[in-house]
Write a protein that binds this ligand. Structure first.
Ligand code: SF4
Length: 290
């Protein structure tokens, strides 16, 4: 179903794109240089780097050309093995942004998650996050696992996974979601590089993306307000009684939409499962109830 947005909502949807445009203009006029970026994949599914690759307005090439110099990403960089790890170490001596996706596995001294080898010595993501986390200018957690523990820290949590803020005890900017929307990630980083730290809520989530609840802008809200509820998946009414977590989940999914901004879960007959909330997934289950 095509939605017609009011100008205010529409402008919200464009926020990330405008930030990227500012970045491109500033960079092309030589006023601000790009900032180095290290993207660490810790204990997680790598869904956030895949989400980033799916960005369209603007796309990843634009982001890499105008906003950051991605010095380390084990999924995207050309270098391998020792050369790649050396690039990570060299970047620690520069001014850089650290992005972490995935939680930090702490059990068995972090050996549940080995990301590199230093000679013969295995390097855990726990060690890498600690090293980079103490040197980074800004730390951004991409996805719910690095932000709050998420799926990686779900009960019984065999790897002893914890969130990055809990592990580092340092201020971070959280971009939760399973995964984070590419525009949330790129927009936040563009803001850091060209405008400084964005305004956040008390959990460190940028208000420009996490300032409203899904329920605030949901296309089924009029059903909720009239007390008309879906009885099963596929019904067109409000899914509150099927367990929708939209009223307690703060993201702009209804106005931003996913997969090149074409759709989002409620519009596709799936209740919101609260994937951007602290406590996901254990605290949000069951995802559907009758
Ligand atoms: S479907 Fe969910 S988010 Fe939408 S109005 Fe109902 S409870 Fe709110």
């Amino acid at each position: 179903m095509h939605q017609f947005h009011c100008p205010v909502v529409d402008s919200k949807g464009k926020t990330a794109r405008e930030l990227m445009n500012i970045a491109a203009k500033e960079a092309s006029e030589g006023r601000v240089r790009k900032m180095n970026l290290i993207w660490l994949e810790a204990a997680g599914c790598s869904g956030n780097i895949i989400s980033l690759l799916d960005a369209k307005y603007h796309d990843l090439l634009f982001f890499l050309s105008n906003v950051v110099d991605m010095r380390y990403s084990n999924s995207l960089m050309a270098a391998e093995g020792h050369k790649a790890y050396q690039q990570f170490l060299d970047t620690l001596k520069t001014e850089f942004i650290l992005v972490v996706e995935g939680a930090v596995a702490t059990k068995a001294e972090g050996r549940y998650n080995i990301i590199a080898r230093d000679g013969e010595r295995p390097v855990t993501s726990m060690e890498a996050v600690k090293l980079a986390g103490s040197a980074a200018k800004y730390i951004v957690t991409a996805g719910v696992c690095s932000s709050y523990g998420g799926v990686s820290a779900a009960s019984p949590n065999p790897s002893g996974s914890v969130s990055v803020p809990d592990f580092l005890q340092r201020e971070v900017i959280r971009i939760p979601g399973c995964p984070g929307h590419p525009e949330w990630i790129m927009g936040t980083i563009a803001h850091l590089v060209y405008l400084g730290r964005p305004e956040t809520d008390d959990e460190g989530k940028p208000l420009m993306f996490y300032g409203i609840t899904i329920h605030d802008r949901c296309s089924r809200r009029s059903y909720f307000d009239k007390g008309i509820f879906a009885e099963k998946l596929g019904d067109k009414e409000c899914m509150f009684k099927l367990g929708c977590r939209g009223p307690i989940t703060r993201t702009d999914c209804p106005v931003r939409e996913w997969n090149h901004n074409v759709n989002w879960p409620v519009e596709d007959n799936t209740p919101c499962i609260g994937c951007a909330r602290r406590g996901f997934p254990d605290g949000m289950e069951p995802f559907v109830r009758y």
